[in-house]
Design a protein around this ligand. Structure first.
Ligand SMILES: CC(C)(COP(=O)(O)OP(=O)(O)OC[C@H]1O[C@@H](n2cnc3c(N)ncnc32)[C@H](O)[C@@H]1OP(=O)(O)O)[C@@H](O)C(=O)NCCC(=O)NCCS
Length: 387
């Protein structure tokens, strides 16, 4: 039987080997991650008394419907190449999920390099992470003005702007200090410069750019509130037009820079979907917010062969933007019947109940589907972070 443990300092060589073979991560990068995040993020899987796999996990509030939901992020899931295909990856991830539940998480989220491993365990596509690209001249006409270089870095100022956005969207995660550092100062050559748009009542947006390279400008993070901040950021990016042929930036499906660019020609240069898994149905349904002015009751019949506490019926009663959850007795009809994997996109707002029924992964009465569509309606979910 494989055993799942927290990382101990004696595991360092094994972890370095797994990350090099799994992701080509050099030891120096691992040491930097270890300095930033601490040993507490790493997990090891041992088999036949040898380290056979690893993962990194950390908690982040992820916002849905205007409320933070405790979510566990998972990255660098790796099994020793000589031991693959024997079920160790599945065993490792099942323990990651059991541990996340025991420690109070409601959701788990990851970017999967492969889907089948995670789909078997109840993860499903649940949100996007888009990379937009455009020639700089497309973005704005006229001179750039009004941005202030933020030096030294003030992560609290940036986090406050991002939090304002998270409260009105779906999926955005709060970053801790280590995440801000890794994003903006991953190393001297990759370090980003941050510029802030000030308004009469304080900062209204920011943009973080790496130095232009090979006629390309990479925005590592951007957040704007309102027309004035968006136009200033667009003007700032267009100011690179003598130096670069393309500006690329990360965004969501409702990106303000795309909508406000001065000309046609913005394209999607990259599009990824992150996977989510509901780790605790009751906690997840009670933690998120729901659309203002919407009321309703929905009985969900969830199938979860891995985590027994998620299996069965849950009654969600929504009023005043909040949800209350209880466990009804098994008599009577459920409004919607679904495997836990289908609950993830419904919960995040990635796919509505009607769309999930159309593709055959959720069933229910017409009235039940209509209620579910209404309760989980909202902006399309996205994440500004890649991991
Ligand atoms: C992905 C990985 C962790 C799977 O580990 P594993 O021990 O081989 O996985 P399991 O034996 O438990 O297999 C579970 C499912 O994963 C998938 N899988 C197995 N080996 C895989 C491989 N080499 N590549 C991609 N997917 C694989 C299969 O769908 C399998 O289901 P099946 O047995 O019904 O076909 C392992 O291949 C690995 O370390 N890859 C390199 C790093 C990586 O890409 N990690 C994923 C990051 S998100």
């Amino acid at each position: 039987m494989p055993t799942y443990t927290r990382f101990a300092p004696g595991d360092l060589d094994a972890l370095a080997h797994l990350l090099r073979q799994g992701f080509g991560i050099p030891r120096a990068d691992l040491l930097r991650y270890r300095d930033l995040f601490g040993d507490g993020v790493f997990r090891m899987l041992r088999h036949d008394n040898r380290p056979a796999g690893c993962a990194a996990v950390w908690d982040m509030p992820q916002w849905f419907g205007g409320r933070p939901v405790p979510s566990r992020a998972v990255a660098v899931v790796t099994v020793e190449p000589a031991a693959r295909g024997a079920g160790l990856g599945g065993a490792l991830m099942a323990d990651v999920l059991r541990e996340a539940h025991a420690e109070g998480c409601a959701l788990s989220v990851l970017y999967g390099a492969t889907l089948p491993l995670y789909a078997k365990l109840g993860y499903a596509r649940a949100g996007s992470a888009v990379t937009y690209g455009a020639a700089p001249a497309v973005l704005a006409r006229g001179p750039a003005d009004g941005l202030r270089r933020l030096d030294p870095l003030d992560a609290d100022l940036l986090a406050a702007l991002r939090l304002r956005e998270a409260r009105t969207g779906n999926g955005l995660a709060e970053r801790g200090e280590a995440q801000w550092t890794l994003l903006l100062k991953p190393g001297d050559e990759q370090a980003a410069d941050v510029y802030v748009a000030d308004g009469p009542d304080g900062p209204e947006g920011y943009v973080a750019v790496r130095p232009p390279a090979e006629r390309r400008l990479t925005v590592v993070d951007v957040c704007v509130h309102g027309l004035r901040a968006a136009h200033r950021v667009l003007g700032f990016l267009a100011g690179y037009r003598a130096q670069v042929d393309r500006v690329v930036w990360p965004g969501g499906p409702e990106d303000p820079l795309v909508h406000l660019a001065a000309d046609t020609g913005v394209a999607i240069d990259g599009w990824e979907e992150w996977l989510a898994r509901v780790v605790d149905v009751e906690r997840a349904l009670a933690a998120r917010g729901y659309p203002a002015g919407v009321e309703g009751t929905l009985v969900l019949d969830v199938a979860d062969p891995l985590l027994p506490h998620n299996h069965g019926r849950f009654r969600l009663t929504v009023a005043g933007g909040r949800g209350r959850v209880d466990r009804p007795s098994d008599g009577g009809q459920a409004d919607v019947v679904l495997p836990v994997a289908a609950l993830a996109p419904l919960y995040t707002g990635h796919l509505g109940a009607s769309a999930l029924r159309r593709i055959g992964v959720l069933h229910g009465s017409d009235a039940g589907i209509a209620t579910a569509d209404k309760l989980f309606a909202g902006p399309r979910p996205w994440l500004a972070d890649r991991f």
